[in-house]
Design a protein around this ligand. Sequence first.
Ligand code: AMP
Ligand code: GLY
Length: 441
Amino acid sequence: MTEDAAGRSESRRVADVCVVGSGGREHALALALAKSGAEVVCCPGTPGMGAYPVSDRIRCSSLPPEAMAADLFMVGPEAPLVQGLADRLREGGRRVVGPGAQGARLEGSKLWMKQVASEAGVPTAAWAAFDSAEAAVAHVRRQPPPYVVKADGLAGGKGVLVTASLADAEADIVAKLSGRAFGNAGRVVLIEEPLEGPELSVLALCDGSRAIPFPAARDAKRLGDGDQGPNTGGMGAFSPVPDAGEQVVDEVMDRCVEPTLSALANRGIDYRGVLYAGCILTADGPKLIEFNVRMGDPEAQVVLTRMGGDLVDLFGQAADGRLRSSARVEGESAVCVVLASHGYPERPRRGDPVPSPEAVAGLAGVTVLQAGTGLDSEGALVTDGGRVLDVVGTGTDVAEARERAYAAVERLAWRGSVWRSDIAAGFQGSRGGPDSGEDRT
Ligand code: AMP
Ligand code: GLY
């Protein structure tokens, strides 16, 4: 460490980019930046990522991000953003992709998000917020099914119940408001109007005043095939989304992202980072169901795989508040299938042996990203979290990318692993790239 004239500690430069976080999204970010020529350090990354980084430009460090010296910081997960990591890094003079604590409240409090969205005129599901179980239960009893019950605070993607059962909705309200389900994150609940339609994730890179979209993606939130079972962090994703063209993305940018960015700016919030608009494509057009303040996991795995151009430069422009370029999409389609631990999402089992990526050597168009893998005493991969491996297939269309991903999944699935067999099912010959109108160069 050295000290500058102002007495600030400055460690020796260790990498071009520091990616903060430890999951498959962070591995995808690191890989995309490495492909743009950057030396990347993942903070902390995972033992599995350290052992199988895919690129020799990627390494992991257990030092805190504040102790790293890099030209650019990309914060992967929401929790450190909500806790003000981006503010602390900026105070130390660092260039950061990721909003400060104030902007991160868009994800940290669904109630606050709804208030900002209403002020900005963003189309969202009708809602009511409660901190008393009695009032919330009385409210759902007046609604027709299905019921949508959301924890206000951060819940790892698992804080939303959508159910046709009034009894389940009431039990969920009590579990959340009592603090039993999600601690303080559930002390306020939102009851929302149920929306119908396919979902779409639009990830926009923002520089405080301007926003540009990445290619759209769709994720699979439920654990089981056919969208059955509990909500998870995300069991798979694909991009492009053949039933949602450029016009839908433009609509989401015009009606959701840009007005919100302006509403934040009006409140004095300089939002530099990724703003993820989770939408349902209703018969009345796209409606926002959530904002995330970072890239989605596993959307990032497919979106970044498809990106061309110099991503280090593009993210740097956002960090500097001076976005000039657009996101450049290369022609390939991408499909990500998540392999999760036995017992996910409630009680993921740790320590189960996981095949090494060498099992898919020789398969074309496949990348294996380490999400929740650890190493046993012999250095072999084992499960060490809920979502364990992200298998990304690429191809000229979604169908080919899907075939390639699943060919790899067949070789990598271990005893007890949990994965969906219907990610990106049902699309034939859907090409991405310039002919889908996605090339925004
Ligand atoms: P969220 O964490 O807000 O994205 O919600 C998780 C999942 O719950 C979403 O991906 C949707 O499938 C579902 N969901 C959330 N809000 C609604 C809503 N208002 N109507 C119908 N489904 C919803
Ligand atoms: N894939 C949804 C999320 O990252 O929250």
